[in-house]
Design a binder for this molecule. Structure first.
Ligand code: CUA
Length: 343
């Protein structure tokens, strides 16, 4: 498919963003609808361009004969009917297929308190769009209500097996419109300030899925990346249990000094690390070291990259809301030690 080829060209190697290589039933239904529309549109293109090319060629001016007017046809009832009914039928069929797909892909949002059907373990997560990163608040898994499970940019989900594990995302935004789009898992859904939206899908294949904010949201829209880890239920459980815990206490003196710097400097005004602070202006860092990347998926979370980021975030992500704090070299290194210890 030409479109899949194009997508493969723009995404980094190893990061599959193809809408054709689907990993859920929901994404496959959207793909099938897209392919059907593509074929219908291609058919129309062939007919229209075919008639055009035929006419251009067949009725081109003949050099030998003087130009004459072709026979003029007015008010031919069969032709009028044909070119009214044809497009109407095509639109009618496409509307029916779209409505059917819409009903299958977005049936209904079950309230978290509703009992789930047998053999079903539902996961509820609130996704909050920020310029330019993603906040995740896990609110319920199976029958367990969750509180204070807050993380950023990397979404962990349990794969379904003999038990269905549908994921319900409530989508919100604190600033401008964003759009949650992980092509292999589901269609795009917008995050609209002041109007919660939702989406749903059922992951089954354990893998890492990549995505991208799909609604232009400002300077770093292109670097608002999504990473979704679909894990076995056991691995997800281990991850979730760790996230439920408070932050690790610093184990050595350098990390302890780093913690003091974090509290003394302005870091704490925007970032939460456990504790009672409800600041959520910047990403929650309670389990920072359990993530693979920093800056919403831009760089791997290595000590060197974290150091560069704290020194000058604007050099990596111009326009990001975090300023350079003008800390001394030693202070930055201690901060890095502290952050890298927060597993
Ligand atoms: Cu967020 Cu584009």
């Amino acid at each position: 498919m030409g479109f899949a080829f194009l997508l493969a060209q723009v995404s980094p190697p190893g990061e599959n963003l193809s809408t054709f290589d689907t990993a859920t039933v929901q994404a496959a239904q959207i793909r099938d609808l897209g392919v059907l529309s593509l074929f219908v549109a291609a058919g129309i293109l062939l007919v229209v361009e075919g008639v055009l090319l035929y006419s251009l060629f067949r009725f081109r001016r003949q050099p030998a004969t003087p130009p004459t007017e072709p026979p003029q046809v007015y008010g031919s009832i069969p032709i009028e009917i044909a070119w009214t009914v044809g497009p109407l039928l095509i639109v009618f069929i496409l509307v029916l297929v779209v409505v059917r797909t819409e009903n299958e892909v977005r049936p209904r949002f079950p309230e978290p308190d509703e009992p789930a059907p047998a053999n079903t373990e539902r996961l509820y997560v609130t996704v909050i769009g920020h310029q330019w990163w993603w906040e995740y608040r896990y609110t319920k898994f199976g029958s367990e209500k969750l509180k204070d499970v807050i993380t950023a940019n990397e979404l962990h989900l349990p794969a379904g097996d003999s038990i269905k594990r549908p994921v319900y995302l409530t989508l919100e935004s604190v600033d401008v419109c964003h759009s949650f789009w992980v092509p292999r898992l589901a269609g795009k859904t917008d995050l609209i300030p002041g109007k919660p939206n939702w989406m749903w899908f059922e992951p089954r294949e354990k893998s890492t899925y990549f995505g991208q904010c799909a609604e232009f949201c400002g300077a770093q829209h292109a670097n608002m990346l999504l990473r979704v880890e679909v894990q076995s239920r056991d691995d997800f459980r281990t991850w979730l249990d760790n996230q439920k815990e408070g932050p690790r206490q610093p184990s050595n003196s350098r990390a302890k000094e780093g913690q003091a710097i974090f509290i003394k400097q302005a870091c704490v005004n925007c970032h939460r690390i456990g504790g009672p602070s409800e600041s959520r202006f910047g990403p929650d860092l309670t389990h920072f070291a359990s993530r693979k990347t920093i800056a919403a998926g831009m760089r791997p979370r290595t000590a060197e990259n974290v150091r560069d980021w704290i020194r000058d975030p604007q050099a990596i992500k111009p326009g990001a809301r975090m300023p350079a704090m003008n800390l001394g070299e030693d202070e930055v290194n201690k901060l890095v030690d502290y952050l890298m210890s927060l597993e």
